[in-house]
Ligand binder design. Structure first.
Ligand SMILES: [Zn+2]
Length: 309
């Protein structure tokens, strides 16, 4: 069965301005990396727009209403926080990001793809129930998890190897024992959450905080010793990955020293967990990654590992 690649050209039209790290060139780098012959058998799918009801499943109504009302029809962008903004094309891009995540869930649950990678922007893991944050408008991973429940799933896990803690996903999962969130991230770092003491309602939140300067050994140990064993105990029926590539040593936004090979190693390990617990069903969503070469190489390594199982 193929691996799906889900994207939409509207995601290039989320214009963050000339000096913003979360820029359209990121998506060009990601899609360019997946143009080589080894990826020719990816099943290429168009991301639909998420329906409003899916946004309202994880965000407060007032927040969704305000985003829909504030989206600029033309002209100047609207700032939502210090580094998160909406341009003319942003709402459509954000709806495709969330909708792509839902389409990926459909792909693996309906059985026409074994796994799916969603290459869209804006990313999602910082978006909280009631506010946009950290380049994120809608909480794509949490939206995907809730959508999975429409397929009669109960236990859904999100694992997050972006260098930043996914405060939004955690906020949406921490009171529901049937949702699991595990993250490795630099700490201290933006957004300031993600301490190991943040455990959720039933130990369903697991945080591995890595000091600045940590590299391959610390990253792999966190997953091998802490995060993957917890994921195994949770025994998910679907595994969703928040795939950010900004833990790479070349990334300009943080100070971890992870290598491209570590992204491959981790993806292979996560795929084995999915094989054991959920028939190999993996949905992976692009989050961060701001060095274009490291982002392209990390994406290729990640998708290659998704295709191998
Ligand atoms: Zn990040």
């Amino acid at each position: 069965m193929p691996v799906a690649l889900i994207t939409h050209p509207a995601c290039f039209d989320h214009d963050t301005g000339p000096h913003h790290p979360e820029r359209p060139a990121r998506l060009r780098a990601v899609l360019g990396a997946l143009e080589t012959p080894e990826f020719q058998h990816l099943l290429r799918e168009v991301a639909p727009e998420a329906p409003e009801s899916a946004l309202r499943a994880v965000h407060h109504d007032a927040y969704v209403d305000s985003i829909l009302a504030m989206a600029p029809a033309e002209g100047e962008p609207v700032h939502l926080d210090a580094d998160t903004l909406m341009s003319h094309g942003s709402l459509a891009a954000a709806l495709r990001s969330a909708g792509g995540a839902m389409r990926a869930v459909d792909a693996v649950m309906e059985g026409w793809a074994r796994a799916a990678f969603v290459a869209t922007r804006p990313p999602g893991h910082h978006a909280e129930p009631n506010r946009a944050m950290g380049f994120c408008l809608f909480a794509n991973a949490a939206i995907a998890a809730h959508h999975a429940r429409a397929h009669d799933l109960k236990r859904v896990a999100v694992v997050d190897f972006d260098v930043h803690h996914g405060n939004g996903t955690q906020a949406m999962f921490e009171t529901d024992a049937d949702l699991f969130y595990a993250s490795s991230h630099q700490y201290p770092c933006y957004p300031g959450t993600g301490r190991p003491s943040e455990r959720g309602v039933a130990g369903n939140i697991v945080n591995a905080a890595l000091p600045p300067g940590s590299g391959s050994a610390e990253f792999r140990a966190a997953w091998q010793d802490t995060l993957i064993p917890a994921l195994e105990r949770f025994a998910p029926e679907l595994l969703i990955i928040s795939a950010g590539f900004d833990a790479h040593r070349f990334d300009p936004l943080a100070e971890l020293n992870v290598e491209t090979a570590d992204f491959a190693w981790l993806t292979e390990a996560l795929v084995r967990v999915a094989d054991r617990h959920c028939g190999g069903k993996v949905v992976s969503l692009l989050e961060g990654g701001y060095d274009l070469e490291a982002l392209a190489a990390g994406t290729a390594a990640h998708v290659r590992a998704l295709m191998r199982h």
